[in-house]
Design a protein around this ligand. Structure first.
Ligand SMILES: Cc1cc2nc3c(=O)[nH]c(=O)nc-3n(C[C@H](O)[C@H](O)[C@H](O)COP(=O)(O)O)c2cc1C
Length: 332
């Protein structure tokens, strides 16, 4: 039996072909697979090495083996081959800065993060949701990468949610909403629990999910992707380079580059000196049109809600948002 849903059934690929025809398109296709993010560290004597990697995969429980792959051209390869051990830090949802620090070569990486030495001396980052301390079990030559298989000597799991990476975007996990329960009958003791506060939180989540979905469809209709939309938006603020655009827009650098190539092809952005990119005059017009269309989308969604209800909803949402900031600062 074939189960299909009219909205999700897409027979026409966005792009396809042999990987050698278009390497960027091939990489985007691989990016359809969602992963977490790790920073893998090692030490050779006093010298510390670390790099962001999303190629991490669990392999075997007995013996306990994991793997990841490292580019042969990576400046970090020699250290990982020499040391014979590595530590895997599985990043938490609020550690995107750590991912960024170790996501490209730069100086003084370890002075920018808090770390402690693990069993073999390789740095472990407090705040990660798991640590796996490994001895290098096998190194496999695989195309332009080496696969490093590690035998896990020691692990630790911590409270928290993972930082995610998929389709070139950094993200945080959202669980499916629970299916709605049938309303309890009058006199049922569960009726007390199902009070307005718990219903309110469920409604808030459902409304958020519904609006995000609708906005995604809207964006698709006006011919903008998350990446092209965010890059264009950022460039209206100031000319920027790929690295900084990725950081502010929570996008991987390859994705930013793909977006810039697409936008440059439409003459909406143009390269500047020192690796920076700027929005063009036609780009500013398109951006203004996109803003207007987003405002129309908003107006359409809120069209039949009385003004006083909207004002009340905004007050409630602002209170909840401020409460979160307050309780965060109270905990510090
Ligand atoms: C989200 C993300 C995932 C990455 N995954 C890998 C990976 O699995 N393997 C790899 O070799 N490089 C990966 N990189 C790139 C390395 O982090 C980057 O090349 C390295 O930090 C730069 O130092 P190097 O010159 O020592 O390679 C990734 C980068 C990012 C931002």
């Amino acid at each position: 039996m074939v189960i299909s849903h009219p909205q999700t059934l897409t027979l026409q690929p966005i792009e396809n072909g042999a990987p050698s025809d278009d390497v960027r398109a091939f990489r985007r296709t691989l990016g359809q697979f969602a992963t977490g993010i790790t920073v893998i560290t090692t030490n050779t004597g006093e010298k510390l090495t670390g790099m962001t990697a999303n190629s991490f995969t669990a392999v075997s429980l007995d013996p306990p083996l994991v793997l990841w792959s490292i580019r042969k051209e990576s400046g970090s390869l020699a250290a990982f081959l020499e040391s014979g051990h590595f530590s895997i830090n599985i990043l938490a949802e609020n550690q995107n800065t750590v991912s960024e620090i170790f996501g490209r070569p730069r100086d003084e990486q370890f002075s920018q993060v808090e770390w402690i030495p693990g069993k073999f001396g390789a740095p472990l980052f407090p705040g990660s949701i798991a640590h796996l301390e490994c001895e290098t079990h096998e190194v496999i030559d695989a195309g332009d990468h080496h696969i490093l298989i590690g035998r896990v000597d020691n692990y630790a799991r911590f409270e928290g949610k993972p930082l995610l990476f998929s389709q070139g975007q950094f993200g945080v996990p959202t669980a499916f909403l629970e299916s709605p329960q049938p309303a309890p009958a009058a006199g049922d003791p569960r009726l007390d629990l199902d009070n307005e506060q718990t219903i309110f939180m469920s409604l808030l989540k459902a409304a958020n999910q519904q609006m995000s979905q609708l906005f995604q469809e809207h964006r698709h209709q006006v011919g903008v992707t998350v990446a092209t939309g965010r890059v264009l938006n950022q460039l209206t603020v100031r000319a920027d380079n790929v690295e900084d655009l990725g950081r502010v827009a929570f996008l991987g650098e390859n994705t930013v580059e793909d977006a810039l190539i697409e936008l440059a092809g439409q003459n909406l952005v143009a390269p500047q000196a020192e690796g920076k990119w700027a929005i063009t005059a036609p780009g500013l017009e398109v951006q203004a049109a996109l803003r207007r269309s987003a405002a129309e989308f908003n107006a359409q969604q809120l069209r039949d809600i009385p003004v006083e209800d909207l004002a009340a909803a905004q007050r409630v949402l602002r209170t909840l948002i401020n409460r979160e900031f307050n309780s965060e600062s109270e905990n510090k």
